[in-house]
Design a protein around this ligand. Structure first.
Ligand SMILES: *[C@@H]1O[C@H](CO)[C@@H](O)[C@H](O)[C@H]1NC(C)=O
Ligand SMILES: *[C@@H]1O[C@H](CO)[C@@H](O)[C@H](O)[C@H]1NC(C)=O
Ligand SMILES: *[C@@H]1O[C@H](CO)[C@@H](O)[C@H](O)[C@H]1NC(C)=O
Length: 239
């Protein structure tokens, strides 16, 4: 029984080595039986490792898709503040003090947890309109376009910096961009002191699905609000 198994193996091994020795760039490794056997072994192990790696990659990308599918369905309100990925420490690495040695050890989250998290938003295109608050009519012939990038200084002090910037950062940036424009200056000149243009009241931002993002979610990171890096989203300056 055992012998026939070994014979069977040797039969297939010699066939495989025969095939490999005919492959140009492998020829020189296949000259003597030992190096041929090692080459065959390495190729077999390498192939298995590759398949395993591929499997993990596919599995992890499914996890992330699932998270985005779930976020896509969620309501845009304060309930997002208690999203498990923001609150649950299992989703984040932490530092543990080893009592005996006094050394601080960093413990990382499980792989599935790491890959399930949404990816922070690095940059966005925003098309902005200026509209009248009483009848929604536009004051522009074509929208103002801003390309907005977020730099690490804008979120590194956050409790969960890996999720990137909060909505409030985007709202403030758009507000300041608008204040620099000639349109804004003309409006102020027309209206004088009556002009009460504020970040929280007069800048309406929409996500990629066109849903308005209320000020109540200003403290939530963009990646939880159905916005992804490179998206083009809309904004209205309401005057
Ligand atoms: C998000 O949900 C909307 C409506 O439910 C659907 O049309 C859209 O395809 C979904 N997007 C993704 C990325 O799942
Ligand atoms: C909106 O109001 C402005 C000023 O009152 C007016 O000029 C404009 O025609 C109005 N637009 C619509 C669609 O009613
Ligand atoms: C800002 O928004 C508020 C509330 O919608 C509105 O009453 C006010 O007129 C707006 N400010 C300007 C300058 O239009």
């Amino acid at each position: 029984m055992k012998n026939s198994l070994i014979n069977g193996y040797l039969h297939y091994e010699s066939k495989a080595m025969d095939i490999l020795s005919r492959i140009g760039f492998l020829e020189e490794y296949m000259n003597d039986p030992i190096s041929a056997r090692i080459t065959l072994f390495l190729i077999a192990v390498g192939t298995l490792a590759f398949i395993n790696e591929l499997y993990i990659t596919i599995e992890m990308s499914f996890l992330q898709k699932e998270t985005y599918r779930e976020l896509n369905k969620s309501k845009l309100d304060e309930s997002l503040k208690s999203h498990r990925m923001l609150l649950d420490d299992d989703f984040h690495s932490r530092e543990i003090l080893d009592e005996k040695s006094g050394i601080v050890i960093e413990e990382f989250e499980a792989r599935e947890k790491f890959f399930a998290k949404p990816v922070h938003v690095a940059h966005l295109y925003v098309e902005c309109d200026v509209i009248r608050h009483d009848n929604d009519s536009s004051l522009l012939s074509k929208p103002l376009k801003f390309h907005i990038e977020f730099s690490p200084e804008e979120y590194e002090h956050e409790k969960r910096p890996e999720f990137g910037c909060k909505l409030s950062v985007l709202r403030r940036k758009l507000y300041h961009f608008f204040k620099e424009t000639n349109i804004y200056n003309d409006l102020v000149e027309d209206k004088g002191d009556d002009f009460q243009f504020t970040v929280s009241n007069n800048v309406t931002i929409y996500n990629r699905r066109g849903e308005p993002l209320p000020a109540s979610v200003d403290s939530i990171q963009l990646c939880f609000l159905k916005i992804e890096t490179g998206d083009t989203i809309k904004c209205k300056f309401v005057i």
